[in-house]
Each structure stands twice: as structure tokens, then as C-alpha cells.
Design a binder for this molecule. Sequence first.
Ligand SMILES: Nc1ncnc2c1ncn2[C@@H]1O[C@H](COP(=O)(O)OP(=O)(O)OP(=O)(O)O)[C@@H](O)[C@H]1O
Length: 532
Amino acid sequence: MNVEMRTTDFLDRAVDCYSDVVGVVAHDGTEYTYAEFAEQVNRVSNALSGMGVGQGDRVALLAPNTHYFLETMYGVNQLGAVFVPMNYLLTPSDFEYILDDCEARVVIADYDYAEKVEAVRESVPAEGFVGYRADDIDGEWTDYEDWLAGASADAPDRPEIAEDDDASINYTSGTTGDPKGVVRTHRTEHWHALVLNQHMEVADDDTYLWTLPMFHCNGWGHTYAITGMGGTHVCQRTFDPEGTLRRVREHDVSYLSGAPTVLNRLIAYYDDHPDAVTTGEREVRISTAGSAPATATLSTVEEEIGWRVIHLYGLTETAPMITTSHSPRRLAQRGRDLKVNQGSEMIATDVRVVDDDGRDVPRDGATIGEIVVRGNQVMDRYLNKPDATHEAFNAKLPGYFHTGDLATIDEDGMVAIQDRSKDIIISGGENVSSIGVEDVLYDHPDVAKAAVIPTPSDEWGEAVTALVVAKSGASPSAEAIREFAGEHLARYQVPKRVEFVDDLPETATGKVQKYQLRQEYWEGEERLVGQG
Ligand SMILES: Nc1ncnc2c1ncn2[C@@H]1O[C@H](COP(=O)(O)OP(=O)(O)OP(=O)(O)O)[C@@H](O)[C@H]1O
């Protein structure tokens, strides 16, 4: 007989098997066993019920990495209600759009960010406003702790939750356009967490440090995966290198995650404070995804900081993870470079690379096509956007989700991401992978960050242009950078222009906003490819 897959299964197991184990360390150091954590979760459910929230209702949360993010997520889901975590770096008008789009009944917000919801309060449908440390928020917010204190810690009656019921709505980060509400079901969330556990080897002695924003795809599924395995969550409100390295030492952390920019910031801090890293008894592993890590980034983290890097790939729409570099057999055969931009599909996940007619490209590691995917972790739909949903699942190969990412695939099924279709540069008729050029630039000893974008050119159609942040104290010339690139790249890939900038605009999840960078060069002109 089939058993429905639900997100609640993960906390239920932790309570069954690890009630005495510290499940959550709050950002202020307070420790909760899984039994205590489950009581907090029950309080959230009962307090929400008291406000009239029931099955199918949406509850939005605006919070950094905190124990109450986790409490709210489980508390909402065990009522059969739908959890909507929001990106705290968005603007009031984004929140107005999101809260309206998902028709949130209640908003729970952190004192650091609540003002952005307060600014649009009158124009959103929510009736309940709960603030963490409400005294520090201007406006009428019920204090989170008072709210819970008035609620029972007994398990609420759970409704019948079907695995295809909506569990959460995660808005895309808006790197390339308006946020879209990605609707994920209990089944997609559950399945993705199982797949993640399988490939990341999560166990009950894992201590997971929250450097990755929890709002981002429910922390890439670790909010469920770590809980279900009986591991310990250590909360860090937002990432900072000093705080991260200190917590790794203090809590004997074994596992953490972050976008490549997080790795780069750790490296920059480590350069100045090598003593901040101690290699303890056990291995530390760090999973990275969200954008392409440079070869130099991976080798510095592995060889100098001493942590094992696992490179993953995916999208909000795919829960997110669909490929992984964690293949010891292949790495032993083919060397560590394999890790940089390649991964194999995760278990029970059908990843294909197809041409414009939806046919598989040759598995030659050279022909570029679009990554499409089918699997139980793929989203149900975009909220209120049937046309976008139809397009995403039918553009080239019906039934597969179309990622908009370009890649090659080789004879072992290793997928190497080349670019987003919007980021690839067509210069003199040749495709140039911005990721490939950036990878080389990161190898230059004076380069701290690099973003490669197309700029308009009468001669080339699009000119490969590198925007470079120099390392502190270094002042390389544009010519030196171009020369270095010329030693490692084909002539058509070498940046025609190199410009130095103080910093690169990034999203909350650490992605360089190439769309924004491109804009100023393309004002009034139409790009040949992509939309921006
Ligand atoms: N390991 C990786 N290497 C290269 N690119 C990656 C990797 N992992 C993720 N990405 C990029 O990130 C994208 C997914 O990001 P996410 O779902 O967070 O939203 P977004 O695409 O940044 O936002 P929006 O859809 O609003 O533009 C992928 O489509 C891919 O382009």
C-alpha cells in the first residue's frame, strides 16, 4: 500500500528517534532538543489555528536563518497550510506583489526586515502580522514569543494531507526578471530531501551550519534533510566569514553550504586570518551551487582551508538539486577538474541535454544544448501563471522542465554547464561561455571577482567584456588581464574589453546580477540572444 510522502515525516522521525538530541541551536546559542523543538512547532500550529489559518491557507515568512524559520515551516505544514518563505533583500513593492500573488493570510517577519512589509501593509491581503521582537518594529505587530506563549504545546489535530497538496511556494530570486511563485508539493519536497540525503550522505552525527539563506528553496532542502536524519541545525542569521569560521570551530560543524561567492568571501577572510580555520577530528564538507564556482575557488577551499567541496546544480523549480559532482569513482578516474563545472544526474532524476528540436545532443562533451529535467522533485506549477507553466514544460521536449541553462554532456552522462541561455555571448558568430572565461580570470593572482558579459559591438555583434574587481592592494592593467586570458583561451574568447569596478551587484543568494550589468551597455539596443 502506498504511503503519502509529506514534509512532516522528517520532524516526526526526529521526534521518534532523537527526541533527546539537540536538533536546533538558535542564532543566540539557545539549544532545543527535538522534543522541545517539536513543542515550539506545535505552538506555531496552534497559534495559527487560533487566527483561523487552516488547510490550503498561505503563511508568509520574512526571516534570516533562525530557529523560528524552522518552527514556522513545520508548524505551517502540519496544519496542511502552505509555507511562503520570502527573500529578505527584496523591496517593499516586491513584497506587495508576492503577498498579493499568494494571498497570504498571515505574515511573520523579523525585526530587521518587517518594515518592508509594514510599508505596504495597507495594500496586502494578510490579516495577521506577527513580528519576531515586535518591540523593535514600528507598527502593530504581535510579538512572536507572546504569540507562542499563549498557544498550547500539544500536537494539533492534523488534517488529511495528500502528497500532491501544496507545501510551499518559493519565489524565484528574480536574477533574470519578475519573481515567479514556484509551487512545490509535499511529495516534491519529500522526494528532493531523500535524494539530497542520498548524495550528501547526511547522518545523525552531522552538524549543519546555516550559512545558506533558509528562504532559498527551503535551504536547498536541508531544512527537511538534516531534521529527518536527526542531525543538528546551527543557525547563523546571515553569512559573515568570521562568524562562520567561529561557529565551525565552536560547534564542530561537519557540513555547510553556500554559493561560490560565499566560498570566495571565506577565502578572502582566510587569506588574512589563516588561524581562523582549524582542522578538527572530522572532515568538513561544503556544498556549493547557484552559480559556477571557479577552479581556483574550489582548489583553494580544498587545499588551503581543507574542506571537501561538493558542487551541485539546480533551480528553484527543481527543488533545487538535480546534478552532483560527488562521484568518487569518476573523480578518481578523471581528476578533480571534473568537479568544476560538471556533475551527473541525481538518482531517479532524468536530466537530458537537448537541441532546439528537443532531440538529445551527442554525448561528446562538446555540443551545446539546453538542460531539461524530469523527476519527482520538479515543481508542480508556477502560481497563477498557467502560460509560463505550460511553456516551461513544453518548450522543446513535452513533459520535461526546461531550465534555460546551456550545457554539454559526455559519454559518462557528466553534464557541464556552459551558461544561462541569456548569458551566453555570441561574438563573431562563435558561442562564448561567460563561465569558462570567468574561470580563467579567477586564476589570475590579482583578480578577486570577475563577471563576463556581452557588450554591443559593430565588428563582433557582441564583444566579450570582463568586469573585474582587483584584489585589495593589487592594480593589474587591462592589458595584463587580456594577455593572461590569451594564454589560456582561444582568441575569440579573450575579452575584448576589461574594465575595473569596485564590486559586482549580487542577489541575496550570491549570484552576480549580469542582467543589471548588461543593462547599462545595451540601453536602446536590442540583443541578438536572450532578453537582456
Ligand atoms: N552549479 C551551478 N553552475 C552554474 N550555474 C548554476 C549552478 N547552480 C545554479 N546555477 C544557475 O542558477 C539558476 C537557478 O537559480 P534560482 O532558481 O535561484 O533563480 P534565478 O534563476 O537566479 O532567478 P530568476 O529565475 O528569477 O532569474 C540556474 O538556472 C543556473 O543558471
